[in-house]
Design a protein around this ligand. Structure first.
Ligand SMILES: NC(=O)c1ccc[n+]([C@@H]2O[C@H](COP(=O)([O-])OP(=O)(O)OC[C@H]3O[C@@H](n4cnc5c(N)ncnc54)[C@H](O)[C@@H]3O)[C@@H](O)[C@H]2O)c1
Length: 385
């Protein structure tokens, strides 16, 4: 089956590599020839490294590269079985290209968007055959991150959902099914990892380095929240938070933070600008965490119960199954454990009492426990994950 990809940026070029490695003929299209040249050169470099490491032989590497053709015209999408769009995150532009693509491809072609924040329903609405449109959301970098969220819109047919999931499974990815709601699974459930870390800092509970230390050393997370925000970029992470907050009709659970807003306004984006929560200049002094176990446990526990609460609420609202919620967080953002499995381990009763203690103290909606958690505690249930 021929696979076409629109947009040769970080995501599109990575997805093209995945599809080609899975044996497909691939067309990678971008309006910007420079981006295509960059994508081609980047793939050649990656392939050379894989050959060097002995993961591929020369023949396999050139086979993967030769299967991808680079084009500036969407007319080359004719005869595709699947088109994945990975262009700029702008609804009007996406709707326009979906309309154009539909005129080029055959009736059976599935049209997918890799959008992180737009609704799939709104993109599908631009097509005559809206039932063939679906969200197929890869994580960055696509060749390395196993998770792919499959997001049917209200218009999407069951056959298209099934076919899409089977195809991406055959690319040896871990697929999860998510409802077409803001942030899908990962970008919704992960909000407190940033938001509560920022809140703890703002309250003066601990500094950036100490919060990062608690989450990595005691929590087992691969990166602390401030290191991760600096890595993603405070401009991008702040915008995502603001978008999710508005999309949830200003639910206080997703309220953005002034600290991050000011860092973004100051141009302290993180690694890419040389300064964020940390200073990345050569030879800059790195702050030492305060390695106080009790303080560390307090930090870890507060961020973790809020993450668990988000995961439980996502299950409560049928965003995804418990199994898929846990897979999403371990395979999409490398969490050390699934949040629901972690909840089972800690004990749902303890999670609930910690949340209720926070709620009683703060009287803020941000700390309200999911009703599903409360019900499960009453019934003495645990999650099947
Ligand atoms: N970067 C991430 O971490 C990430 C993760 C998951 C999903 N996404 C989503 O994937 C999409 C692409 O993100 P990215 O980070 O790869 O962006 P990017 O800026 O790296 O690449 C976008 C590419 O699209 C091209 N483009 C823009 N308009 C076009 C058009 N009309 N026709 C053809 N090509 C066009 C640009 O020239 C550019 O090469 C977005 O929807 C984003 O939300 C991004």
């Amino acid at each position: 089956m021929k696979i076409s990809i629109l947009g040769a940026g970080s995501m599109g070029s990575g997805i093209a590599q995945v599809a080609s490695q899975s044996g497909h003929e691939v067309v990678l299209c971008d309006t910007n020839q420079e981006q295509l040249d960059k994508a081609k050169a980047k793939l050649a470099k990656i392939m050379a490294r894989l050959v060097e490491k002995g993961k591929l032989n020369d023949e396999e590497a050139s086979g993967i590269q030769n299967k991808i053709s680079y084009s500036t015209s969407m007319n080359d999408f004719a005869d595709s079985g699947l088109v994945i769009e990975a262009i700029i995150e702008n609804l009007e532009i996406k709707q326009k290209v979906f309309k154009t693509i539909e005129e080029i491809v055959g009736d059976d072609c599935i049209l997918a968007s890799n959008t992180s924040s737009l609704s799939i329903a709104s993109i599908a609405a631009s097509c005559e055959k809206a039932e063939r449109v679906i969200g197929i959301h890869f994580f960055n970098p696509a060749p390395l991150m196993p998770l792919v969220e499959i997001i049917p819109a209200v218009q999407t047919s069951e056959t298209v959902t099934k076919k899409s999931r089977e195809l991406i499974d055959s690319w040896k990815k871990v697929t999860v099914l998510a409802k077409d709601t803001p942030g899908f699974i990962v970008n919704r459930v992960a909000r407190p990892f940033y938001g509560e870390a920022l809140r703890l800092y703002e309250e003066g509970v601990a500094d950036f380095a100490t919060i990062d230390w608690a989450m990595t050393e005691l929590g087992g997370f691969r990166m602390g929240p401030f290191t991760l925000m600096d890595y993603i970029g405070n401009d991008i992470n702040y915008t995502v938070t603001e978008t999710v907050f508005a999309a949830f009709y200003y639910d206080p659970r997703y309220k953005p933070s002034f600290t991050q807003k000011r860092h973004s306004e100051a141009g302290w984006y993180g690694r890419k600008s040389g300064r964020g929560y940390y200073d990345y200049a050569e030879g800059a002094n790195q702050p030492e965490p305060k390695k106080d176990e009790r303080l560390g446990e307090t930090i870890l526990n507060r961020i973790r119960v809020l993450l668990i609460n988000e995961a439980i609420d996502a299950v409560h609202l049928n965003i995804a199954t418990p199994k898929d919620v846990d897979l999403a967080m371990t395979k999409g953002v490398n969490y050390p454990k699934g949040l629901l499995a972690w909840a089972n381990e800690i004990g749902l009763r303890k999670v609930l009492s910690d949340l209720d203690a926070l709620y009683d103290e703060y009287r803020e909606d941000r700390y309200r426990a999911s009703v599903l958690l409360r019900r499960m505690v009453i019934r003495g249930e645990t999650f099947e994950v």
